[in-house]
Ligand binder design. Sequence first.
Ligand SMILES: [Ca+2]
Ligand SMILES: [Ca+2]
Length: 130
Amino acid sequence: MKSTIGLALIAGLATPVFAQTPNSAQDPAQAHIDSTFGRMDENADGQIDRAEFERFMTARIAAHKARFDAEFSATDTSGDGRIDRKEAAVANPLLADRFATVDTNADGFVTPEEPRAATLAAQQEELPEQ
Ligand SMILES: [Ca+2]
Ligand SMILES: [Ca+2]
């Protein structure tokens, strides 16, 4: 019994040290980081090596492309491989609002390459000047 109390005291002393770590149960951002780290750290050794990182990013890019392709197909209701303003207005209000920006060659149609190019351009604009 005495040793149980001793362990409890030691555990009690240790608590403040762990309490300094953000509590993922209370912090959604920390929970997201913990969850992502856990999925990347395949062998659960607490470190992410290059191979784990590469597999995670490859899967993430593939999932993003699949979502993009599905969204593009859902918006391209005529199935001709390009989205016109009417299709965007019906199926994708966000694209409809930004149609002129995404239709980079201004031909009145959005092809799969144009949103990708617009996204890349937007990301590069957000990069800090070197
Ligand atoms: Ca179309
Ligand atoms: Ca176009």
